[in-house]
Design a protein around this ligand. Structure first.
Ligand SMILES: C[S@@+](CC[C@H](N)C(=O)[O-])C[C@H]1O[C@@H](n2cnc3c(N)ncnc32)[C@H](O)[C@@H]1O
Length: 255
């Protein structure tokens, strides 16, 4: 007999919570940090998140010509990845930033105003588990530091696959497992002691940042996430560890 959905539990950081409640808890975190989110990213990563996102854009290689290319940046928040893609790509590139959180998107909309590509970016409130887009619409889908927040990751991977054209590319940047002895202890100390403290001082919310670091530890190992991508239908699935395993860039194709 199937387990009633209100009895299924999942991780919210290190806590176990009913699956049905996770999204609301995640939404509270991002409502709370939206206005300070970009500043916090720089402070917490020492600016490294910029290099990781640039690596994602290099792998994506948006066409520099006027050739039409539709990108979906999912869980796109304040638009950081989308802006980098638009800076790198040509005039045929159009980007849809989709996120479940209207406050994160509102910051993104403000930041996009007046940019040279402002008429080629769209912000859409949408849940990764049920995308409001037609089948095979996008040439590529990116998601950066977003997938671990989604309660039903497998459902989201299925939706990403559905929304991609045949030949479409999926790239996912996510925190991973540090595998360098010595660095792991240092990273633990930094994550569990310093990040919540920085969150308290800068964003007035230590708990939100405690969730963010805890959720990193609960995210599947890269080989397990690769298996989930294959299960969703992706081919040529691979990943590249960066910064000693602090993050991994996962990729796959709809063929
Ligand atoms: C850590 S932020 C990443 C934002 C952006 N991609 C970046 O790298 O700066 C995670 C984002 O995931 C979004 N998110 C969480 N659950 C989601 C869901 N089910 N569907 C779409 N977006 C979701 C949050 O609202 C938040 O904006």
């Amino acid at each position: 007999m199937p387990v009633p959905t209100d009895r299924i539990e999942t991780d919210f950081g290190f806590r176990r919570v009913p699956l049905e409640q996770k999204q609301a808890l995640v939404d509270d975190v991002f409502h709370s940090v939206a206005r300070r989110y970009d500043l916090m990213n720089d402070l917490m990563s020492g600016g490294l998140h910029r290099a990781w996102k640039d690596a994602l854009i290099s792998r994506l290689r948006p066409p520099k010509s006027g050739r039409a290319f539709e990108l979906l940046d999912l869980a796109g928040g304040t638009g950081d990845v989308a802006f980098r893609a638009l800076d790198a790509g040509g005039t045929g590139l159009r980007v849809t930033v989709a996120d479940v959180n209207g406050d994160m998107l509102a910051v993104g909309r403000e930041r996009a105003e007046g940019r040279p590509w402002a008429d080629r970016i769209e912000f859409v409130e949408a849940n990764a588990e049920a995308l409001p887009f037609a089948d095979r619409r996008f040439d590529a889908v990116t998601i950066a530091f977003g997938i671990r927040n989604v309660p039903r990751i497998q459902a989201a991977l299925g939706e990403i696959f559905r929304a991609l054209k045949t030949g479409g590319h999926f790239l996912c940047l996510e925190f991973s497992a540090v595998d360098i002895p010595g660095l792991d202890a240092l990273y633990d100390l930094y994550s569990f002691r310093l990040i919540p403290e920085i969150g308290r001082i800068v964003a007035d919310d230590a708990e939100a940042y405690r969730y963010l670091v805890e959720s990193i530890r609960r995210f599947p190992a890269p080989e397990d996430f690769a298996a989930m991508m294959r299960m969703a239908g992706f081919a040529r699935v691979q990943w590249t560890a960066m910064a000693g395993g602090i993050v991994a860039l996962h990729g796959g194709w709809r063929l």
